[in-house]
Design a protein around this ligand. Structure first.
Ligand SMILES: NC(=O)c1ccc[n+]([C@@H]2O[C@H](COP(=O)([O-])OP(=O)(O)OC[C@H]3O[C@@H](n4cnc5c(N)ncnc54)[C@H](OP(=O)(O)O)[C@@H]3O)[C@@H](O)[C@H]2O)c1
Length: 234
């Protein structure tokens, strides 16, 4: 992984933090984006962080230009930042709906749009989206979250076909529940049994595995499910 310079979004916590740690351990350089890295204690000579709310379009654009200028060696994107919000659609204000889609779908598209010309110029790149099982099947109270994750999956599937002949590999990993701060502000979480949630290390290992495969192999999609799916209402 010493040849990899990876932009990871949502690097301050949970899955993105774990992927960042794993890639650093494997020798990659990592550029992290999240709103607030103060909560993360990860310090490494090959790790640089930028604080930004990816749902704020103009700030995100400025940051992406700055990052590409400062780190022209970026050759990989792990597009992971996001959050959950669940409930009947009519409970959300239009502003909440707009901000939710901006963070959970549009930002992934914008970040990819900025990196693609760079990857094309360098004749190489990797993009991995962190989707969700919610992108595979609609779930009660999940209208917004499922819309974002189905959208991300459709985006990924289409993009694969647009860029495969440019030596740019695109993948989406769709995990089921993982024990992370994702559930801190929700009224449910994975059940208490160990098998009710995926191991977070299995997600970061899956990312490393996808990146390590030969460049002629494209992993279009991976679905990961806990062995015993069950939730606990808080
Ligand atoms: N946990 C699960 O069960 C599960 C299952 C399937 C898929 N996922 C997906 O995995 C991804 C990561 O979730 P997680 O479980 O690791 O949750 P998490 O621990 O809450 O981490 C979310 C990360 O995204 C960042 N983030 C959220 N909103 C942001 C924004 N507007 N701008 C910039 N950064 C933002 C957070 O950083 P800041 O708060 O510092 O901004 C944090 O680093 C999400 O896309 C989620 O949908 C999670």
């Amino acid at each position: 992984m010493k040849d990899k310079c990876v932009l990871v979004t949502g690097s301050s916590s949970g899955i993105g933090y774990e992927i960042t740690s794993k890639l650093l351990d494997l020798g990659a350089k990592v550029i992290g984006i999240a709103r607030n890295h103060d909560k993360s204690n990860l310090v490494h000579k090959n790790y640089i962080t930028y604080d930004c709310d990816v749902s704020v379009r103009d700030k995100l654009e400025i940051l992406l230009k700055q990052i590409l200028k400062n780190h022209p060696q970026i050759n990989c994107l792990i597009s992971n930042a996001g959050y959950g919000d669940f409930g009947p659609l009519e409970n959300f204000s239009t502003l909440q709906i707009h901000n939710f889609m901006a963070a959970n779908l549009t930002s992934h598209i914008i970040i990819t749009k900025f990196l693609l010309p760079h990857f094309k110029r360098n004749k190489m790149g990797d993009v991995i989206f962190i989707g969700s099982e919610a992108g595979l099947l609609g779930a009660k109270n999940g209208s917004l979250y499922c819309a974002a994750k189905f959208g991300l999956r459709g985006f990924s599937q289409a993009l694969i076909k647009d860029v495969a002949n440019k030596n740019i590999r695109v993948s989406i990993i769709n995990p089921g529940m993982v024990r992370t701060p994702f559930f801190d502000n929700l009224n449910f979480e994975p059940g208490i049994d160990k098998g009710n949630a995926l191991s977070i290390k299995d997600i970061s290992s899956t990312v490393a595995c996808v990146l390590n495969l030969s460049r002629d192999t494209i992993v279009d999609e991976i679905n990961l499910s806990p062995s015993k799916n069950a939730i606990k209402i808080k």
